[in-house]
Design a protein around this ligand. Structure first.
Ligand SMILES: Cc1cc2nc3c(=O)[nH]c(=O)nc-3n(C[C@H](O)[C@H](O)[C@H](O)COP(=O)(O)O)c2cc1C
Length: 281
């Protein structure tokens, strides 16, 4: 198990052992991230209408020693993020796309946020399982699929050769009423049946959240916004503090549940809503 930071800047990367650089979220080039930390690095990829752009990004990540490609599959189109629209959110600097795709900084945000417009213009909405085949044909790196929340998709992911699945609903920002990832986790773990690692993200804020995910079968737990919050508050030290807090809280939860190692965290350590209902039958 490890806590994987999803990072947007080199300073946040320096605070984590294992990181995933986000395609849209990252305001630093992967070259900057690679040269500023020793962390195990994954690169998160979107399939763009222009496949040559996706292919170039994969080649760059490969040559910089990134260990895996994470293909996000829950964003063939961007959800309607009303808060972004209301707040007139501007598209962040997408450092890794500079020189590959042009940005129209003058796009107004009448019908949506600038991010929404940018995503609409660049992402390939026809994203399908065939794209995993295509991605495998251009890289020898392991490919993880991020955005899986059902047993059916988890089985399909294994079938098409994914090296891992990430149970994620994009921080609940894509679609209202998408299932919370902690509720979808066990179904996916069962469907995958140990064939590949199952990671999870979304709403992990305390060590006890990490503990719950491990008990439900996650191989690793990822954190996104908490790292950003730490970074915003106190730069690299803040990001480091968040990771340390999560580790300390996890160790405390393990100690209080009688677990000497992560391997000793098991399904019997948590009670889910489903368990409660089954107990009444
Ligand atoms: C500012 C921001 C930018 C993000 N950018 C991406 C992205 O480019 N690609 C992606 O797959 N997910 C992206 N995400 C979603 C995160 O990877 C993650 O799934 C989500 O934030 C859930 O974790 P959290 O609740 O710990 O933040 C982004 C999230 C945030 C908050």
């Amino acid at each position: 198990m490890f806590i994987l930071g999803e990072v947007a800047t080199a300073r946040a990367a320096a605070a984590c052992n294992t990181i995933m650089v986000l395609s849209f979220g990252s305001s630093c080039k992967i070259e900057e991230v690679a040269s500023s930390c020793d962390a195990i690095r994954f690169y998160q990829l979107y399939v763009y209408r222009r496949r040559d752009v996706s292919a170039t990004l994969v080649r760059r990540a490969e040559s910089l020693g990134f260990k895996a490609i994470v293909l996000t599959v829950d964003t063939p189109v961007l959800g309607r993020r009303e808060a972004d629209i209301r707040n007139k959110m501007v598209a962040p600097r997408m450092a890794n796309l500079e020189g590959l795709m042009s940005f129209d900084d003058d796009i107004d945000s009448k019908g949506g946020s600038k991010l929404e417009r940018f995503a609409h213009e660049t992402l390939d909405p026809s994203l399908s399982w065939k794209d995993v085949e295509w991605l495998k044909s251009i890289t020898s790196l392991p490919i993880l699929l991020k955005g899986i929340v059902t047993a059916e998709d988890a089985r399909k992911a294994v079938e098409v050769g994914a090296a891992g699945v990430i149970v994620s609903n994009h921080g609940a920002r894509q679609l209202d009423y998408a299932p919370p990832t902690i509720s979808a986790l066990e179904e996916v773990v069962k469907a995958v049946a140990g064939a590949v690692p199952v990671l999870v993200d979304g709403g992990v804020r305390r060590g006890t959240d990490v503990f719950k995910a491990l008990a439900l079968g996650a191989t690793a737990v990822m954190v996104g916004r908490p790292v950003f919050y730490g970074l915003a508050a106190r730069g690299e030290a803040g990001a480091r503090h968040v990771i340390e807090m999560l580790n300390r809280e996890l160790e405390l939860a393990m100690a209080l549940c009688g677990c000497r190692s992560v391997a000793e965290v098991t399904r019997r350590h948590v009670l889910t809503e489903g368990d409660r209902i089954r107990a009444l039958l």
